[in-house]
Structure formats: structure tokens, C-alpha cells
Ligand binder design. Structure first.
Ligand SMILES: [Ca+2]
Length: 476
């Protein structure tokens, strides 16, 4: 009996020895928004990532944590989980990261990235600057830079080229308005341009044109002031208001939701709208073709115009990433956690994350040439959009590729910074004052001659206090 037991024990011990490699597998816990065990595509991708890592000598079991979707619900649930002491190795933040960084819960990623095999080559220029200012979040995507688009067949009908100056933009909006491009028999009922919520999209191409070079600018006395209250800003808002007064820009932009904005474009009630990213511009093109079956419609990206103050896409906030992946400073598996992120920035990782799966999102012929299927239209990257990755077959239309090339060619860093918590109320109040006055100028409720009233209200709402602080940060 004893002998049998000993033999059995030995057998187990030997089995254990034989299975020893399995013990070297590292568990990495990962929490990310909308990455769920109930989503079969998510789990298929995680399995492919594990297999890809294993092929490179990293035996890692990635265990995902399910949290509610929706930004507010995710941020709240994540905060509760972290404060309870349950801190996964890799954490995706979409807000709420600063207080975790302040409590030393987030790993400084700088040395890891410096020693990385892939991430350091995959970063976009603004990522490099944001990481230098705040080394806790990694979010490898091109910066958001809304760009205007128009139906190419409408440009052709007008016999016009894409506008390259502010004056040519107005001339294009005027031509769209005066023609009957939507063909309803009534000229004058199509807007040149529409938008939604705020004028932030327009600023993307008009800020530099009017000399709004960044968040902080020097006034005539050589002092830093918020660009919101400068003469350059006044000239830009005056231009928007003038377009609206002439019926060329949509006075209803404040109440338009994004789908109302899009609908006006697809139905011919507006000639130009802004797309927030190259991918979104392709979605607009697809929806436009759906709305007009049988017509061969392509969209054209319009360039950032030159104006009295310059030319280019708006400066990009590089104070910190607003969202992204962090590694827990308390993790016992930092090397494995970073290996996962580094793999996602590699060619193998990007092939999975950006293209999905052979036989579903794409097919390969005998020569290895890749053809994307319709399924690719609903596929999205769960991790990164690496600056140095190129698909084997174009993923973007030529139009969207133009938008991406513009973003790559035209990066300017903004001089904004992260506000200390005690300025939160001032930041909110001044932004509200600004948005309210811009709406009043554009709807005609206020005249641009009342600019001084706006500046006084802005400064009283916290603008003066903010500027004083900014001068201590920005120096001479
Ligand atoms: Ca019409």
C-alpha cells in the first residue's frame, strides 16, 4: 500500500517535471474598454496575440477583465476596481488616470519604450512629446485632425478646384449655395458648410490661417494670453460669423448632433463637412454612396487654406495622452505586460489588430496577395495604429489616405499643459463663456463689435487667473 502510494507520488512528480514548461507561462491580466470575453472577435484576437507572442518565445496567458462599456460607466467601474486594490497588469484608461499616476500606481514607461523592440519605431511625433510630458499612457494613433470633404462630382459641376486660400473657401461655399447641386429645383437652399456642437472642427484648418498658432500666444506687450481672447481669434470668429450671416455656414450648428450634420451632407443640404479622421472620412464616403445608389460618388479632401495669419493644421495638444494603455507599477509581471504592448506595435501584432483574420476580414491568393472582404468595414483595432505599419493592400481609400498624409506632413505641437486640479472650475467656466459667445456671434445674436464684452467676461470667469498661472509655466 505504502509502496504503491510512493510510486504514485513519484509518477506525479515525474509528470510534473515533464510538464514543467507550462509552469513558465506568465499570466497577464488586461482590462480595456469594450474588450470582452463575451465578444468572440475580441477573444479570437487575444488567442492570436498569445500565439504570436509564443512564437517569439513569450509564453503568456492574457486574461481579460470584463467591465461595462460606455465611457462614463467604464471610467467609474475601473476606478472602483483599482481603488479596491484589484489592479490588472495592463490597464486602459479613458480618464481617471492622473489620480492613479499621482498615487504611483502607474509605471513610468519611458525606460521600457527606450529599450523596446517595436514601440519606439511605431510612435507618432505627438506620442513622443506626450510621453515626455506624461510617461504613463501609451496610445499609438495618429492625432485627431478634422479635415473638410466635398463630393468630387459637385466640385466638377461647379468647375472649381479645391480652395487653397480663405477667400477661395468662401467662394466655394458661395458657389455651392447659389447653385442647385442637390437638384431639388430650388437654388440657394444648400449650405456651403455645416458642423455640429462647436466650431472646433473648423478650427482644425482655419486656426493657423488666421494666426491662432497655439493655445497660448504673446500679446502686444509680450505677455502670454490665451489665444481665445486674441485679435487672431477675433478675425477667425468674425469670418465664421460672416459666412453664417451670408447663409453659407449652418447657424444651427450648435443644436446639430453629429448624425444631423452627416444627414445634411448626404441629402445635399450642405456641401462640405469635416471628417474627424481618415477612417471616418471613408465611412462618410460609404454612407454617401449608400444614400445615392447607382451614382459613382467619391469624396475629396480639401486642404488647410492659407490666410492672413499662415497655413496648416491646428497645433496638437501634447500635454499628455487623454487615453491609452498603462502598466501597473505594482505588477509582478511587468516584463510580460510590456511584451504584450510591444508585440501589438510589431508588424505581426499590427497585422492581427488592423486586418483581422484570413478567411473573414481578408483572403490571400496563391501568391500571398491580400484582398479585404466586406467584413473589414466593421473591424477595428483593439490596441494601436502604428505609424510605421503599412497594410499589404490599401485599407484606406485614396481620399482617406490623402487625409492621413496631410496629418503626417503637418504636425505642430501646441504649448498647452495639464492644469492643476484647483483650476478645473476656471477651465470649465471660461470654456462655457467662449462657446456661448461664439454661438452668439455666429447666430447674429451678438455683433463681433461686442468682442470686448466677451473678453471681459472670459477674464472674469477665470481667464485672468489662468493666464497668470500660464505665465509661471511658460516663462518669458
Ligand atoms: Ca437646391
Amino acid at each position: 500500500m505504502l509502496r504503491t502510494l510512493l510510486l504514485a507520488t513519484t509518477a506525479v512528480a515525474m509528470l510534473g517535471a515533464a510538464a514543467a514548461p507550462a509552469l513558465s507561462q506568465t499570466v497577464v491580466r488586461l482590462v480595456s474598454k469594450d474588450l470582452l470575453t463575451t465578444n468572440s472577435d475580441d477573444m479570437k484576437e487575444i488567442e492570436a496575440i498569445e500565439a504570436g507572442l509564443k512564437a517569439q518565445g513569450h509564453d503568456i496567458d492574457i486574461q481579460t477583465v470584463d467591465l461595462p462599456g460606455g465611457t462614463a460607466a467604464y471610467v467609474e467601474a475601473l476606478g472602483i476596481m483599482l481603488l479596491s486594490g484589484d489592479i490588472p497588469d495592463i490597464i486602459y484608461f479613458q480618464g481617471g488616470d492622473q489620480k492613479m499616476a499621482e498615487q504611483d500606481i502607474l509605471e513610468d514607461l519611458s525606460p521600457w519604450i527606450e529599450g523596446s523592440a517595436h514601440i519606439k519605431d511605431a510612435l507618432w511625433p505627438h506620442n513622443v512629446e506626450r510621453l515626455a510630458n506624461y510617461p504613463y499612457l501609451l496610445y499609438i494613433y495618429p492625432p485627431r485632425a478634422p479635415q473638410p470633404v466635398i463630393r468630387q462630382d459637385w466640385l466638377d459641376q461647379l468647375g472649381m478646384e479645391p480652395p487653397t486660400t480663405v477667400e477661395e473657401y468662401e467662394a466655394l461655399f458661395r458657389a455651392i449655395h447659389d447653385a442647385d447641386l442637390d437638384g431639388d429645383g430650388t437654388p440657394g437652399n444648400t449650405l456651403g458648410l455645416t458642423g455640429f456642437g462647436t466650431t472646433a472642427e473648423l478650427d482644425s484648418v482655419f486656426n493657423q490661417a488666421f494666426g491662432v498658432t497655439g493655445t497660448w500666444m504673446k500679446n502686444a506687450e509680450g505677455q502670454w494670453v490665451n489665444s481665445r481672447i486674441t485679435d487672431a481669434e477675433k478675425a477667425k470668429i468674425g469670418f465664421y460669423a460672416d459666412l453664417a450671416a451670408k447663409g453659407l455656414y449652418d447657424k444651427e450648428y450648435v443644436t446639430n448632433t453629429y448624425d444631423v450634420k452627416e444627414d445634411k451632407f448626404y441629402t445635399g443640404k450642405a456641401g462640405v463637412i469635416f471628417g474627424s479622421s481618415p477612417e471616418v472620412i471613408d465611412i462618410y464616403g460609404g454612407k454617401m454612396r449608400q444614400a445615392h445608389p447607382g451614382e459613382d460618388i467619391t469624396l475629396t479632401v480639401l486642404p488647410a487654406p492659407s490666410g492672413p495669419g499662415g497655413q496648416g493644421l491646428a497645433a496638437v495638444d501634447v500635454a499628455k495622452e487623454a487615453r491609452g494603455f498603462a502598466i501597473s507599477a505594482l505588477s509582478e509581471n511587468k516584463e510580460a505586460a510590456f511584451a504584450v504592448l510591444d508585440f501589438m506595435a510589431s508588424k505581426e501584432g499590427q497585422d492581427i489588430d488592423r486586418m483581422g483574420f484570413e478567411g473573414t476580414q481578408y483572403t490571400k491568393d496563391a501568391s500571398g496577395a491580400v484582398t479585404f472582404t466586406d467584413q473589414i468595414s466593421t473591424w477595428y483595432a483593439r490596441f494601436f495604429n502604428a505609424a510605421n505599419w503599412a497594410p499589404p493592400t490599401p485599407l484606406l481609400s485614396p481620399t482617406a489616405q490623402t487625409a492621413l498624409d496631410n496629418i503626417k506632413a503637418d504636425f505642430t505641437a501646441d504649448n498647452t499643459f495639464v492644469w492643476p486640479a484647483e483650476f478645473a472650475a476656471d477651465v470649465d467656466a471660461t470654456e462655457q463663456v467662449y462657446r456661448a459667445w461664439v454661438a452668439k456671434f455666429i447666430t447674429g445674436e451678438a455683433s463681433i463689435d461686442q468682442w470686448g464684452d466677451f473678453v471681459a467676461e472670459y477674464n472674469a470667469a477665470g481667464g485672468e487667473r489662468m493666464a497668470e498661472y500660464a505665465r509661471t509655466v511658460l516663462g518669458e
